[in-house]
Design a protein around this ligand. Structure first.
Ligand SMILES: *[C@@H]1O[C@H](CO)[C@@H](O)[C@H](O)[C@H]1NC(C)=O
Ligand SMILES: *[C@@H]1O[C@H](CO)[C@@H](O)[C@H](O)[C@H]1NC(C)=O
Ligand SMILES: *[C@@H]1O[C@H](CO)[C@@H](O)[C@H](O)[C@H]1NC(C)=O
Ligand SMILES: *[C@@H]1O[C@H](CO)[C@@H](O)[C@H](O)[C@H]1NC(C)=O
Length: 275
């Protein structure tokens, strides 16, 4: 153990500059605390924006490239503290991170079983017709206004479908010209076959053991479709987890905490390799 630590330290020292705390370092993941980003309105869309500290992400991109993470939330949107904290975690890993409000200020209530909340109605109001333009506009803001050249989409549950939709190759689905360069998604919901087969970019998935929205049989189908694309992909399955674990884990449960951190580190390593 000690010699491993020493060689790791020696390796870091050899780099001669501050590296962002990624790799196997789960301390980059914030489970609680205060969100550090700011809200800004661009292109008539409220965005939660978290800036990286002055360390460099370990990406494969060329030195001149400017990278960003497009954080696509679950149905709880920007009102769920864990979403903001995860966006901050991506920033800590070195990426400018932008999370658009996908629900115009009215995400689902924290408890989806709140009386009066109609999930069917909510999802019909936030179909692809409403959501695609918000995401396209956010990508446009990143590329045109901020000059970002490489974008990775990180999508959770509801947002996972859109990480696929905006990956290269799927512009005929979204009727938008905007795309991202790499995608990561945790427990994506409502993901359709046509959103998988045409992708021309790399995608990783973190899946839950118990997930009504993405049962294990469906996961196997998705894996077969991914294989058929001929693109790079990676799928991790975490035991002891339920739908939503990569955002809303019970971190007092050791297995869930490990899985949430594992999914985040999976994303960061994925972007480090493919973004
Ligand atoms: C801005 O977005 C709001 C919904 O959030 C909409 O009601 C309004 O019409 C939009 N304004 C413009 C100029 O697009
Ligand atoms: C929920 O919304 C759907 C779609 O608008 C509607 O058909 C259904 O009756 C609603 N359910 C309740 C309990 O209001
Ligand atoms: C999207 O379509 C649904 C019906 O399918 C409609 O209720 C909603 O207003 C539409 N949203 C937008 C932004 O066009
Ligand atoms: C989108 O385009 C790709 C590549 O041309 C094609 O394989 C795929 O079937 C298209 N998808 C749809 C829904 O048209």
């Amino acid at each position: 153990m000690r010699s491993v630590t020493l060689s790791l330290l020696a390796g870091l020292a050899a780099l001669g500059r501050a590296a962002c705390p990624v790799g196997g370092d789960a301390s980059v993941v914030a489970h609680d605390g205060t969100a550090k980003g700011t809200y800004e309105v661009h292109n008539n869309i409220t965005m939660y924006i978290s800036h990286p500290p002055s360390c460099k992400p370990s990406t494969a991109a060329g030195a001149g490239d400017k990278t960003a993470i497009l954080y696509l939330t679950d149905v709880f949107g920007l009102k769920l503290p864990q979403n903001l904290l995860l966006a901050d975690s991506f920033a800590r890993a070195g990426y400018l991170t932008v999370a658009p409000d996908l629900f115009n200020g009215e995400p689902a209530p924290g408890d989806i079983n709140t009386p009066g909340f109609n999930t069917t109605l909510f999802l019909s109001l936030h179909g692809t017709n409403a959501t695609d333009p918000i995401i396209a506009s956010t990508i446009s803001y990143l590329r045109t206004t901020l000059g970002v050249t490489r974008i990775g989409a990180a999508g959770y549950c509801f947002g996972g479908k859109y990480a696929f939709r905006f990956l290269e190759g799927n512009t005929n689905l979204t009727a938008q010209s905007e795309t991202v360069d790499a995608a990561f998604t945790a427990h994506p919901s409502l993901l359709e076959n046509e959103e998988i087969v045409a992708i021309q970019g790399p995608v990783a998935i973190a899946a839950a053991e118990n997930d009504e929205l993405l049962p294990l049989e469906r996961k196997l189908e998705i894996e077969a479709l991914l294989k058929g694309t001929g693109r790079e992909y990676g799928v991790n399955l975490y035991s002891g987890t339920n739908h939503g674990f990569a955002v809303r884990a019970d971190v007092s449960d050791r297995e869930q905490r490990f899985a949430k951190e594992g999914a985040f580190l999976q994303a960061v390593r994925w972007f480090g390799e493919f973004l």
